[in-house]
Design a protein around this ligand. Structure first.
Ligand SMILES: [Zn+2]
Length: 305
């Protein structure tokens, strides 16, 4: 999800620090034509902010605000990087952004890191991971394929989604790059939405003799370099995105994408806490528990059996 409208930076000092030295803090610095891109929403819908606040409502308000700022900073700092938004069928890149960003957050929570600086770095990295994962549900056909569960509910490092691998939670096959020679891809372009967004994959070969699976794609964005969507089944970002409620024919899918984004965001808190515990022991978990608001109850974090 992106907006061309004003970004609300500088809410509190921690938010300013989140932008770091490499980030362009004025959208006009990103490049000519930025304001003409099609993500213009008037008025803008603060979806990433709402998803983050709703999922992490148990955190201290200043932490939520800082995470929101870090999250939406992705749309400026990584405007042209499809991996950060799960665009262009770059699932491997997107999953690596999540995995690497969460690893960066965990490293910043090391007991020997200065508490405030460490927290700022951790929030910046975690917010970046959350942005990508929230976009996952809005930019892919996960919802149109009937995906009702999360892409991953483990408590380990976020899995790398390999090209033409099968996602365990749903059985969807990751459509990314040229199809394997024995595979067949199809999509009924003439069908009405949401059927038009259903991709079918027949992997072929002895192990998959007759199996036909749902194929996971994401929308193509032509100003982001690198398009991994096979032309025969590709859909544009305009055709597929569920970024805002005003896309009337996709309003149901928008709600579904937002619901899963909230659940995934809440789950990522659990993953981050588990990863911090694994790396640093009780001290790692304690660093994150200090983000929880007084009297608030953090979710009970249990991995899916
Ligand atoms: Zn985005």
């Amino acid at each position: 999800m992106r907006r061309t409208s004003k970004f609300r930076f500088g809410l509190v000092s921690i938010s300013v620090a989140l932008l770091g030295c490499s980030g362009a803090d004025d959208p006009s610095e990103v490049g000519a034509g930025y304001q003409d891109q099609e993500f213009s929403t008037t008025p803008g819908e603060p979806n990433h902010e709402e998803i983050t606040a709703s999922a992490l409502s148990f955190l201290k308000p200043e932490i939520v605000i800082a995470l929101q700022a870090a999250n939406v900073a992705t749309d400026v700092q990584f405007f042209l990087v499809n991996a950060n938004h799960f665009d262009d069928c770059n699932f491997t890149g997107g999953s690596q952004v999540v995995r690497a960003s969460e690893a960066e957050a965990v490293a910043a929570l090391a007991p020997d890191q200065a508490p405030v600086e460490g927290d700022v770095l951790a929030i910046r990295a975690f917010g970046r991971a959350l942005h990508a994962l929230q976009d996952f549900y809005a930019h892919t056909n996960w919802i149109e394929l009937g995906g009702e569960t999360l892409v991953d509910r483990s408590l380990g490092a976020f899995p790398v989604l390999g090209a033409y691998s099968t996602i365990p939670s749903t059985g969807f096959v990751v459509v990314q790059g040229p199809k394997p020679p024995s595979a067949a891809l199809s999509r009924d372009e003439a069908a009405s939405y949401p059927k038009s967004a259903v991709v079918s994959v027949k992997l072929g070969g002895p192990r998959h003799a007759k199996a036909r699976s749902a194929g996971l794609i994401s929308g193509t964005v032509d100003y982001e370099p690198g398009n991994f969507c096979p032309a025969s089944v590709a859909m544009t970002h305009e055709e597929l995105n569920k970024d805002k409620s005003s896309l009337v024919e996709r309003s149901q899918q928008y709600e579904a994408a937002k619901t899963l984004a909230i659940l995934q965001t809440e789950h990522e808190w659990c993953r981050l806490r588990a990863l911090a515990s694994a790396a640093w022991g009780p001290a790692g978990a304690a660093r994150l528990d200090a983000w929880v608001a007084a009297g608030a109850i953090a979710p009970t974090c249990a991995a899916e059996p």
